[in-house]
Design a protein around this ligand. Structure first.
Ligand SMILES: Nc1ncnc2c1ncn2[C@@H]1O[C@H](COP(=O)(O)OP(=O)(O)O)[C@@H](O)[C@H]1O
Ligand SMILES: [Mg+2]
Length: 211
C-alpha cells in the first residue's frame, strides 16, 4: 500500500530534485525550445514544495488536486498545463480508501494522468515530448503490478523505463510544441519535458523503496 503521507513526502522530494535540476532543464530547452522549461518547472515546483511544507494532506485525492492546481496556477507554459492536469486527473480516480492506495490504484492514477495529457496536448508516443518518458514509465509500473512485483520493484522499473524513454527522445524528430520548429536540428538532444519526467520517477523511487 501507499499512504497519502508517503506520497506527500515523495512529492516534496520530487520538488527539491526539480528545483535543483533547473540549470540542466534550461540548457536543454535553450537548444531545442525557448529556454523557459527549467525556470517554469522551478517556479511550479518551488510553489509545490512550499504548499507541502505548510499543509498536511490526509487523502491522496486532496494531495494530487492541490499539487495539480498549484502547478496550473504557478507554472505557465505548455508543460505547466500538462503536468497540472496530470495530477488533477489522478485526483479523480476512485480509490477504495483515499488515505492509503494500492499499487494497482497507483497504476490507474498514472494511466489517467497519461490519458489527460494526451487528450490535452494531442501528442503520441514518438513525438519527442514528455509522453515518451511518461508512457513507458506508466506501462512498466502497470506491468510490474500485474506480475506481482514489490512496491520497491514497481517504482524501480517505472524509473528505469522513464530514463530509457527520455534517452530514446535523443534520436527523435519533434512533432509537437515549440521544439517542432527545430525539426532535424533537435535530433541529438533529449526532450526537456521527458527529462523532467525522469526526476518525478527518481523521486518516487527514492522515497517508495525506503521500506
Ligand atoms: N502537445 C504536447 N504534448 C505533450 N507534451 C508537450 C506538448 N507540447 C510540449 N510538450 C512538452 O512540454 C515541454 C516544453 O515545456 P515548456 O518549455 O515549459 O513549455 P513551452 O513549450 O510553452 O515553452 C516539451 O519539452 C514537451 O515535453
Ligand atoms: Mg519552453
Amino acid at each position: 500500500m501507499i499512504t497519502a503521507k508517503q506520497l506527500q513526502q515523495a512529492l516534496a522530494h520530487i520538488s527539491e530534485l526539480i528545483v535543483a535540476a533547473e540549470p540542466r532543464l534550461t540548457e536543454i530547452d535553450t537548444v531545442i525550445g525557448d529556454g523557459d522549461h527549467g525556470t517554469g518547472m522551478k517556479r511550479g515546483f518551488s510553489a509545490v514544495y512550499e504548499l507541502l511544507r505548510e499543509n498536511t494532506f490526509s487523502t491522496v485525492p486532496e494531495l494530487f488536486y492541490a499539487v495539480g492546481m498549484e502547478l496550473l496556477k504557478k507554472m505557465g507554459g505548455a508543460s505547466g498545463v500538462l503536468f497540472g492536469s496530470f495530477f488533477i486527473s489522478g485526483s479523480k480516480v476512485r480509490f477504495l480508501n483515499d488515505e492509503e492506495i494500492s499499487l494497482s490504484e497507483m497504476a490507474l492514477m498514472l494511466q489517467s494522468g497519461v490519458d489527460s495529457i494526451m487528450k490535452r496536448g494531442k501528442a503520441q508516443l514518438g513525438d519527442k515530448t514528455l509522453l515518451d518518458a511518461l508512457i513507458p514509465a506508466a506501462n512498466a509500473f502497470k506491468d510490474s503490478v500485474t506480475q506481482g512485483c514489490s512496491k520497491k520493484e514497481c517504482f524501480e522499473k517505472a524509473y528505469n523505463a522513464s530514463i530509457k524513454g527520455a534517452q530514446d527522445t535523443i534520436a527523435m524528430k519533434p512533432k509537437k510544441g515549440r521544439a517542432k520548429n527545430f525539426q532535424s536540428d533537435a535530433i541529438g538532444y533529449p526532450d526537456p519535458g521527458a527529462i523532467s519526467v525522469t526526476y518525478i520517477f527518481t523521486g518516487f523511487k527514492n522515497i517508495m523503496s525506503k521500506e
